[in-house]
Design a binder for this molecule. Structure first.
Ligand code: HAM
Length: 423
């Protein structure tokens, strides 16, 4: 039954072993950086009740309206693959009564995320995020803390030329005034802006500021600014945040048009962008979401966090030539010649592994030259050669595959010899 070979679904990728080494390194750095600020790991489920995201992220956002992977399971539950992690983390906080813990609750996650987006370089339908949340505190020192985690993580990977864009978009106290001013600004020009913006002006006016289409740019440039509408309290919050960022040595650019694509944000919003421009090149983004808990049926619970796109980070590291870990290879290759020697190789290699080494046994029937080609191809630095003579004398020829020199080692001493040499 032969047909076309299956391909991974559009927008998904296999991360092959050499690439996985890089991923493990980056994910390790992410969680280590978060741990340095007191963030423990939280692992939420991959799918949730769909309505968690409809209410949390918001109907009227692209993520919910166009991109959500929503399905009914065999039991009739209405579920969705997570399009982001913040709503899940807040759900977990509420579900487990974490309000009774010391506040804020600080958690970090590595999550795969699903969005039915148009795939292109750095944009996938399944991608991965480093997600960080601090829930239960309004203090802007926490806003500065999560921004610091994002920045130190990226800087520590060797990425250069990044910019932190920062804005405050207010909240229920001042947002209505701003929205009214924004709509008044657009009203005389509705026939000149793009179709999306015509709709946004009614359904999600804040997103007008986010439009990338050329005809809309002049109206964005002359639009009112959220910062000019902040309540006294929100203005103080933003001023304090900037003081913290300044003393912590975190560079940022105030960007009045920054609004973000999810509905739950209040006050602080930020993004980190690489030197090359383009909206889908944003490496990470986040902000405060003091209204989210109530939107999903909980008590008022402030929070702040971010997510960084790991796929894009690795892409940028490769583009910038950042140091990446070497692919892992076994250090020892057992090159046995003949059936009897292979049995001995199976025994000796297992003992070497027990001594902590990564080893590999050459398989199949091969002569000396083909076996040594196999050894070279394995990436090992040392070959243990086992032929008839070696089996008879119970001594192996240990060959350095880089330099070429060779020495004879008793079987009984082999594991400790290799461990001393390579361990
Ligand atoms: P977001 O801006 O939707 O925020 O996504 C965060 C990051 O995920 C983006 O900056 C980007 O690097 C990456 N990303 C988004 N879409 C794709 C895609 N299709 N392919 C590859 N990477 C992508 C959130 O998800 C919020 N939950 C962040 C947050 C946490 N806010 C507060 N806490």
């Amino acid at each position: 039954l032969e047909g076309p070979v299956f391909q991974s679904p559009r927008g998904t990728r296999d991360i092959l072993p050499d690439e996985a080494t890089v991923w493990r390194f980056v994910e390790g750095r992410a969680l280590q950086t978060a741990a340095r600020y007191g963030y423990g790991e939280l692992r939420p489920p991959t799918f949730e009740d769909a309505s968690l995201f409809l209410r949390g992220v918001g109907e009227g956002t692209d993520i919910v309206d166009k991109e959500i992977y929503r399905f009914e399971d065999k039991g009739g539950s209405d579920l969705a693959l997570r399009p982001e992690a913040t709503a899940s983390v807040m759900r977990a906080y509420l579900q487990h009564g974490m309000a009774s813990l010391p506040q804020p609750v600080r958690v970090a996650s590595i999550v795969n995320v699903f969005r039915y987006d148009r795939p292109q370089a750095g944009r996938y339908r399944e991608f991965r995020q480093f997600n960080v949340e601090a829930i239960g505190d309004v203090d802007p020192v926490i806003d500065a803390e999560v921004i610091a985690i994002l920045w130190r993580f990226l800087d520590g990977l060797g990425l250069r030329g990044l910019t932190i864009l920062l804005n405050s978009i207010g909240d229920g106290d001042d947002r209505p005034n701003f929205i009214a001013a924004l709509q008044a600004h657009y009203r005389p020009h509705v026939d000149k802006v793009c179709g999306d913006c015509r709709r946004r002006a009614e359904t999600n006016p804040l997103r007008l500021l986010d439009c990338k289409n050329a005809p809309c740019q002049p109206f964005i440039a002359s639009a009112p600014r959220t910062l000019d509408f902040l309540s006294a309290e929100n203005e103080r919050h933003f001023a304090n945040l900037r003081r913290y960022l300044d003393v912590m040595g975190l560079p940022y650019e105030i960007t009045p048009t920054l609004v973000r694509g999810l509905d739950y944000y209040t006050r602080t919003v930020f993004e980190v962008v690489p030197p090359s421009v383009g909206s889908q090149s944003t490496i990470g983004g986040g902000g405060r979401y003091d209204g989210l808990a109530q939107q999903i049926g909980g008590k008022y619970t402030p929070g702040v966090g971010f997510a960084a796109g790991l796929d894009r980070i690795i892409l940028n590291m490769r583009e910038q030539g950042c140091a990446l870990p070497e692919p892992e290879r076994p250090s020892v290759f057992f090159a046995a010649l003949g059936d009897e020697a292979k049995v001995v190789a199976a025994d000796l290699s297992e003992r070497a592994r027990q001594a902590g080494l990564a080893t590999m046994v050459g398989s199949g029937d091969r002569g000396m030259r083909a076996r040594m080609r196999q050894a070279d191809g394995s990436g090992a630095t040392v070959a243990v050669i086992l032929g008839d003579d070696e089996i008879r004398d119970r001594r192996a020829a240990v060959k350095d595959l880089r330099g070429g020199d060779q020495q004879v080692v008793d079987f009984d001493d082999l594991a400790s010899h290799l461990a001393a040499r390579l361990g």
